[in-house]
Design a protein around this ligand. Structure first.
Ligand SMILES: NC(=O)c1ccc[n+]([C@@H]2O[C@H](COP(=O)([O-])OP(=O)(O)OC[C@H]3O[C@@H](n4cnc5c(N)ncnc54)[C@H](O)[C@@H]3O)[C@@H](O)[C@H]2O)c1
Length: 250
């Protein structure tokens, strides 16, 4: 599957991430089908995509999206509880909860239903992609990768694209191309057994561990750590006070 052949994208799991992913892909021009477990959940996702703080209608209100583009994008998103509606998808992005066994199981199910040339992508926050892909057919492994979006997806520009030793160059180009078409700044990440997390979460976790150690050892207070990082490194936020928090007073 080449980048230019990707037209229809299935999103498995329409929660916090799946809804945002569906939204940015529909705005980018893709036909998107979101599959979740119940009609009620699908209604909530529909509301998030169209009506929420980060949704399409609000984007029009604040001048970030043209009305016509919003209208067209809304026509391109549909919701289903039936896995078979993903059968002819060119790419499926999985965004079910962060449980390795669940991800392995849903990809094994998808493998039986979705056409053999379709690309499979996981939005895991950090599991090893090869482990997630362990139960799909060997032929699908070259079509398998990771795509780590950040929350809220319509706002956060980063997207980590993860490739395994089996991921083909066409698949890498297609996944990267789709992310870039959706306006994302892509960083490439090599899948690495024995790790959890890609670039952003690993570096954040390491810095956070160090910050907590400074507090634990009585070297600095939480507030002084936030103040030092915000004013000394130009971080937009610290570790301990939320966005728009104590940084404002400096
Ligand atoms: N929330 C974040 O900030 C964030 C950021 C980056 C990555 N992620 C990753 O994205 C993934 C999803 O996280 P989330 O926060 O959106 O979770 P969520 O709980 O908001 O949404 C998960 C959705 O998957 C659905 N689901 C469960 N089993 C399913 C199945 N078999 N078929 C279809 N749908 C199914 C659930 O009903 C739910 O709506 C996780 O792997 C998470 O680690 C989350």
């Amino acid at each position: 599957m080449k980048f230019e052949d990707v037209k229809k994208i299935g999103v498995l799991g329409g929660g916090v991430m799946g809804g945002g992913i569906a939204q940015v892909l529909a705005i980018a021009g893709y036909d998107v089908v979101v599959r979740d477990l119940t009609d009620e959940i699908n209604e909530q996702t529909r509301d998030a995509v169209f009506e929420s703080k980060w949704g399409m209608k609000r984007a029009v209100e604040v001048g970030k999206l043209e009305f016509d583009k919003c209208y067209e994008a809304m026509q391109r998103v549909s919701f289903t509880t039936d896995l078979n509606d993903l059968a002819d998808a060119d790419m499926v992005i999985e965004a079910v909860p962060e449980k390795l066994e669940l991800k392995q199981q849903v990809f094994a199910e998808l493998d039986e239903v979705v056409k053999p040339e379709a690309i499979f992508v996981s939005n895991t926050s950090g599991f090893v992609i090869e482990e997630i892909a362990q139960d799909v057919l060997e032929s699908r492994k070259q079509l398998f990768g990771g795509m780590h979006f950040f929350n809220p997806v319509p706002v956060m520009k980063a997207c980590e694209v993860i490739y395994t030793p089996h991921t083909s160059q066409d698949t890498i180009d297609a996944v990267r191309g789709v992310a870039e078409k959706a306006g994302k700044a892509v960083s490439m990440v090599k899948d690495m057994p024995g790790t959890y997390g890609f670039i952003v979460n690993r570096i954040y976790a390491a810095a956070r561990r160090e910050a907590d150690k400074l507090v634990e050892d009585g070297i600095a207070t939480q507030e002084d750590i936030d103040k030092a990082m915000i004013t000394g490194r130009n971080w937009p936020v610290g570790f301990y006070a939320g966005r728009g928090g104590i940084g404002k007073q400096w």
